[in-house]
Design a protein around this ligand. Sequence first.
Ligand code: PEP
Ligand code: MN
Length: 348
Amino acid sequence: MIIVMKPNYTPQQLEGVISSVKAHGLTPHITYGVETAIIAAVGEFHVTSLDPFEVLEGVESVKRISQPFKLGSRQAHPENSIFPIDGFTIGGNDIAIIAGPCSVESRSQILETAHAVREAGANALRGGVFKPRTSPYSFQGLGEEGLEYLAEAREQTGMPIVVEIMSQTQLDVMLKYVDVFQVGARNMQNFNLLRALGETRKTILLKRGLSATIEELLMSAEYLLAGGNKQVVLCERGIRTFETTTRNTTDINAIPVLKKLTHLPVILDPSHSTGHADYVAAIARAAIAAGADGLIVEVHPEPSKAVSDGKQSLKPEAFAEMVKQIKAIAKIMDRRVAPIKKPVTAGW
Ligand code: PEP
Ligand code: MN
């Protein structure tokens, strides 16, 4: 942290700043200029807020030199975090594709979708069973019944399952079934939930909040990492802007920005970021070109009949076409879509 004194600072004010720096466990290194003085405060102690220094008398400005997200920052961990998710790895050279319906609606719907996305090249299956709906009167998800169907789909296709958790009360039942916990945009700052998930050793897919800054997303990831869970994947899923032609605005900048700031894998959800099936493949291609480590895409065998997010869901054929395009873009980027290792064991 760098503290710059006002031009007319007094020796007492400088003394006050030095004591405050020391009181925070930091060592002050002072450089005297012609009119001002600059204090570089260094040390192990992590300053989460600059306020205690900004309010001190005689202080002109305070600037952070290290990131407030300590464990997630590339400063602390320059190499990419690469970890396995049953059958593939994420964060390295391979691009991971997660696909499936917004919601698990029935046994046949999830099994049909699972086989279709697997055949098209997906690495993991998504499906919500506890849905964060804007209206309490909308379909809320099948709950444990949906988890049973997902487990059957995993059994048949070999794909790990990615499921959204909305509350700690769902943790016990979900731990029995789920490979990757998705924390949805609306829960990005549900700190109690993040702390509980930080205690688990399951992979967490953390989505960016609707109006969250990149730094806020990284601070939320910090809650998971601080609990000792190192398997955290970040997901850009579009943010709220003044634009209304799409459901959200894909913050494509977030991908290279996050890749620079953190060692954690970064993926994009082009379904929620656009809200329309017509734009999903284009934005998915852009994400890979921008350096994303993967995609999470909504696919439904009959989008017109989907109970949630049908408008943004790809039909299996469109998804297969998208995967082909992603493979081509990956090649240009000297990467590849993660290969499918496990054989499909059964039909349905
Ligand atoms: C979802 O993945 O279906 C979902 C609800 O996403 P988000 O939290 O990004 O809105
Ligand atoms: Mn959805």
